[in-house]
Design a protein around this ligand. Structure first.
Ligand SMILES: Nc1ncnc2c1ncn2[C@@H]1O[C@H](COP(=O)(O)OP(=O)(O)OP(=O)(O)O)[C@@H](O)[C@H]1O
Ligand SMILES: [Zn+2]
Length: 751
């Protein structure tokens, strides 16, 4: 027998290896070390095949160097998940594992690395060392510091101990290693009583638990307006499933942004909870992986990639804020975690909940097709009422504010109506949230004399003006796409004029101006804090936590934030939400832009009036007659989404057709376009696909590289995949593709 091994190389195949006579055949799902060209690689055994079936002549077959694992670390379900991902996203199986597995596992580290402990043997003293064995004695002393129990190998290596010395000391009988087994987890118990469910919540919980009792897969769309209490539904569905000894996986968009997420689950249940996210160290990640695999982790809260973890006994998957863009991976294996969640639900025969107030058109379409069961929550939980939305026409309004005391004028970008509403809210002791999806001071630096604009030399984009206050006060220009930075010129590089003007409004500028109006004790009697929330102000560790705590105190304040504020936060004191210009996205060329714009607007609006006091939402717009905007405000998100669906159907766009986007990146646009033309030329005859392109990508030049793209649309998904599986490897092998970067994105999030 031979073993077939998936290796982390960008080739669409697995590799056959022999086993040395006398060695046992490594089981499927074990890691093995193999020679590959001049390198040694670590791969996963995915099959056993008879020697006669190999396509490689026997004399050319190489032998595996060694087996890394004794027992499989990849169970059959995880293996078939990997194989499905490879097929569905047309990505090499070995590379799928490279995305799936934590770094230390890929590097071949033993799984018991974390639990192997070392300690000094009883009765061993300093006298047992020969005076000349300095190094050994020094290493021994390091271990001695840890007392009788010793410490884990991982900790000791981190402290500077060396593995060969551990082994030598062990051989000499001075120290010993032991495995510290984790005790099996106790049954999860309730730490706090559940709330009384309102009727709609009760209906949803009962329906979802029925699927659990029937031990079968059902995908649920929990379509509940903002503040309707979706989390309480999750918690009450989880309870019997956890009590039955099963694991629950909760996917969330970004853990760092919702510090209360952990608290909400931890305060309800006493059990082993694990958080999985991108900020973890390699050892933490491996520990988390292992805990999910062994069943030690009972409640797992994680971001996108946790859907690729192994689970001992999974009973439920929840995808919170299922519409969120962060569930789609945008490079390497371009998977959509909510879709993978549904696949895993089928695999494990368990319920999957996609919870959101703004379902994607894809998910609504799945409901129409009978592939998802919809549960709706139309009322807000507790005493909170939905906040009404109102449009403010900004076309003929001034957005300048003149301070009555010192006469200074500021352009706030906010109309008087908005400013008045803000003042009233603050005076009533409540909080205001202003959503502005642009960080920095101003998006454009413009020469008033000749019209020159500061552009990024590497991208098709303007440079953003940044002014930072405080100790590190500085001003500079920055590209938000490639991070290019430059000084602000003293004069226009084209005409020499000093009349350089920062145009437009970013969060820093808006915060500064609001501070001058509402936060300056010299100009106003009553002052209020202005809290800026964006990537710049939350970059530092703990800074978001501090901001969060300040907001949670509930004192009157103005919060100015980017899309970060849209992610499921619960700020009960916010009663006014302002969206100046949030509707700009309705004008974009991307067919998904209206959908995403509406989701963002509704999510931000959903932060208003979540507590006892009623809320309201003011949308300031320059296009008050835009039919999309009017539809959203008058009829609400679902009706808006239904209209978009009808349009997509008419135009033959997803979800009515299945899409794959080919992107090509290179040093010259002529090359990238050429390669895509060559790719079209080798599409199978009678392919029945709609082929759109090649066209220049929306941002053609990015980071000094040029981008073209090609969209393929198919009525039938199986047909699309059949075409792609033959065609795509051929495209990668084209002579025109040499030196270019090509990628295939199945179910792309945009174009
Ligand atoms: N049955 C209930 N009775 C009383 N209060 C409830 C009930 N269900 C939920 N709540 C409370 O309502 C508030 C909003 O709930 P939650 O945050 O779960 O809403 P959500 O649907 O997740 O909203 P969003 O989509 O905006 O994140 C919370 O403070 C929660 O404790
Ligand atoms: Zn740039």
């Amino acid at each position: 027998m031979l073993v077939q091994v998936a290796l982390p190389v960008p080739l669409y195949r697995v590799f056959d290896y022999r086993i040395d006579a006398g060695n046992t055949l490594p089981q499927i799902g074990c890691r093995v070390q193999v020679p590959f060209g001049r390198q040694t690689l670590i791969g996963i055994v995915v099959a056993h095949v008879p020697l006669a079936d190999s396509s490689i002549p026997p004399e050319k077959l190489k032998t595996i160097k060694q087996a890394v694992d004794h027992d499989p670390i990849i169970d059959p379900k995880l293996l078939s998940l990997a194989q499905w991902l490879a097929r569905y996203y047309h990505y090499p199986l070995g590379d799928v594992f490279a995305v799936m597995l934590p770094t230390l596992i890929r590097q071949g580290k033993p799984l018991d690395l974390l639990i192997t402990h070392w300690r000094i043997k009883p009765n061993v003293t300093d006298d047992d060392f020969h005076p000349s064995a300095h190094k050994q004695k020094q290493q021994f002393d390091m271990l001695k510091l840890h007392g009788k129990r010793g410490a884990s190998e991982e900790v000791l290596l981190m402290e500077g101990m060396e593995r060969p010395f551990l082994q030598r000391l062990e051989e000499k009988g001075l120290i010993e290693h032991y495995i510290e087994e984790k005790a099996p987890p106790a049954q999860v118990s309730l730490a706090r009583m559940p709330l009384d469910l309102h009727h709609e919540q009760q209906v949803a919980v009962t329906r979802i638990l029925k699927a659990h009792q029937d031990k079968c897969y059902t995908g649920f769309l929990l379509n509940g307006i903002t503040g309707s209490g979706k989390t309480e539904v999750y918690l009450q569905v989880m309870q019997p499933i956890l009590e039955a000894g099963k694991q629950v996986l909760i996917l969330v968009p970004e853990i760092g942004l919702t510090p209360q997420t952990r608290a909400r689950f931890a305060s309800r249940f006493a059990g082993n909870m694990v958080m999985l996210h991108s900020g973890m160290s390699n050892t933490h990640r491996m520990q988390g992986w292992q805990d999910c695999r062994t069943g030690h982790a009972q409640i797992i809260i994680g971001t996108r990639s946790s859907i690729l973890y192994p689970f001992a006994d999974l009973g439920l998957i929840i995808v919170d804020e299922a519409h969120d863009a962060s569930y789609k991976q945008q490079d390497t294996l371009r998977y959509q975690a909510a879709d993978v969640a549904l696949y895993r639900g089928v695999q494990h025969q368990i319920p999957v909940i996609l919870g959101t107030a703004t379902p994607t058109l894809e998910h609504l379409h799945l409901v129409d097709e009978g592939k998802l069961v919809e549960c709706t929550l139309l009322t807000r939980a507790g005493r909170a009422k939905p906040a009404p939305m109102q449009l403010i026409d900004a076309r003929l309004e001034s957005t300048h504010y003149q301070n009555s005391q010192d006469g200074t004028r500021y352009d706030t970008g906010l109309t008087d109506k908005l400013l008045t509403a803000i003042r009233q809210t603050l005076e009533a002791g409540e909080q205001v949230l202003i959503f502005l999806n642009r960080r920095g001071y101003a998006p454009i630096l413009l020469c008033g004399a000749c019209g020159w604009q500061a552009d990024c030399p590497r991208c098709d984009a303007h440079l953003t003006v940044h002014h930072t206050q405080g100790a590190e006060r500085s001003s500079y220009l920055k590209c938000h796409h490639c991070d290019w930075q430059a000084y602000i010129p003293a004069a226009c590089p084209d005409c020499g004029s000093q009349n350089l003007d920062a145009r437009g409004m970013g969060t820093t500028r808006l915060s500064d101006n609001l501070h001058a109006i509402f936060g300056n004790p010299q100009t106003s009697k009553q002052t209020y804090p202005i809290i800026q929330i964006d990537r710049d102000t939350t970059r530092r560790k703990d800074s978001w936590e501090k901001i969060y705590q300040q907001i949670s105190q509930g004192k009157p304040a103005i919060l100015v934030g980017t899309q970060m504020v849209a992610k499921g936060h619960h700020f009960p004191s916010v009663t006014l939400v302002c969206l100046p210009n949030a509707d700009r996205g309705f004008l974009s060329a991307d067919f998904r832009s209206p959908e995403h714009t509406a989701q963002l607007m509704i999510q931000v609006a959903g932060r208003a009036g979540r507590g006892d006091k009623a809320g309201r939402v003011l949308i300031q717009t320059l296009q008050p007659e835009n039919p999309l905007l009017l539809k959203l405000v008058k009829d609400g998100y679902l009706s808006f989404a239904r209209q978009l669906l009808a349009e997509r159907k008419l135009m033959g766009l997803p979800p009515y057709r299945h899409a794959a986007l080919v992107r090509c990146e290179g040093k010259a646009l002529s090359q990238t376009t050429q390669a895509l033309r060559a790719a079209i030329a080798i599409l199978p005859a009678k392919h029945q696909l709609a082929v759109l392109g090649p066209i220049d990508a929306p941002m053609t030049k990015k980071n000094s590289r040029y981008h073209s793209q090609l969209l393929l649309l198919a009525k039938d998904r199986a047909h699309l995949h059949q075409c792609l599986s033959h065609w795509w490897p051929q495209v990668l092998g084209l002579s025109e593709s040499k030196y270019l970067r090509l990628s295939l994105d199945v179910d792309p999030a945009g174009w």
